[in-house]
Design a protein around this ligand. Structure first.
Ligand SMILES: [Fe+2]
Ligand SMILES: [Fe+2]
Length: 214
């Protein structure tokens, strides 16, 4: 039997302060998806599981405490420390850390290992489709953003959508609609295709309704 080096209860406790777009429900969805992808793609399930459970433990700190932090770097370091404390080997800890370090869309570190690619894919699948729309609007409510804005052609991706001037429509145009090009594994690409089509239909309908066209 393979050992696990992080329990669900330990992980849950690390997300107590998270907002509803990045809470433990997000972590559970990503973990479930990551394990599924790992099984389909022949990756090391226990590495993927630990990385998924711990990948956003520093997200709250970056978003609400110190914006200069990179939550992927901080979480990679802390996650490694935690699994080592729970009895994992240095090699296991490093593989978990490597996956976490490269999970962000706007990051400069690209996923290299299959496990890192799977964490990236599972995390990004949770940013598109119906759940992606729901999460964008959770942040919209939190930051008191407008529900709709006209697409701005020259707007580029920045690290943060956590401000009142940003909208879910901006987020769709700078980030979410481009995610379908970014998946690594074949299994994730197939799931992404359907989720992307649903999300595109949502934002097209939203634009028509907001413009008074129907
Ligand atoms: Fe993240
Ligand atoms: Fe995440």
């Amino acid at each position: 039997m393979t050992r696990t080096y992080i329990t669900l209860a330990q992980a849950r406790a690390l997300y107590a302060d998270a907002d509803s777009a990045h809470d433990f429900e997000h972590i559970l969805r990503v973990t479930h998806m990551a394990k599924y992808l790992a099984q389909r793609e022949g990756a090391a399930v226990e590495i993927v599981r630990a990385a998924a459970l711990l990948h956003d433990i520093a997200r709250h700190a970056e978003d609400h405490v110190d914006a200069s932090l990179d939550h992927a770097d901080v979480a990679a370091r802390d996650a490694k420390e935690l699994v080592l404390k729970n009895g994992a080997t240095e090699a296991f800890g490093e593989r978990v850390a490597e996956a976490i370090r490269s999970h962000r869309f706007r990051g400069t570190t690209q996923p290299q290992s299959l496990e890192a690619k799977i964490l990236f894919d599972a995390d990004k699948l949770d940013s598109i489709g119906a759940i992606g729309v729901a999460r964008a609007y959770a942040i919209c409510g939190l930051m008191n953003q407008k529900l709709y804005s006209e697409p701005k052609e020259n707007k580029t991706a920045t690290r943060h959508q956590h401000n009142a001037a940003h909208t879910p429509v901006d987020e769709y145009h700078v980030k979410l609609k481009h995610l379908r090009e970014r998946f690594f594994t074949l299994t994730a690409k197939k799931i992404a295709k359907e989720r992307d089509a649903f999300m595109r239909a949502f934002f097209e309908q939203l634009a028509r309704e907001a413009r008074g066209e129907l």
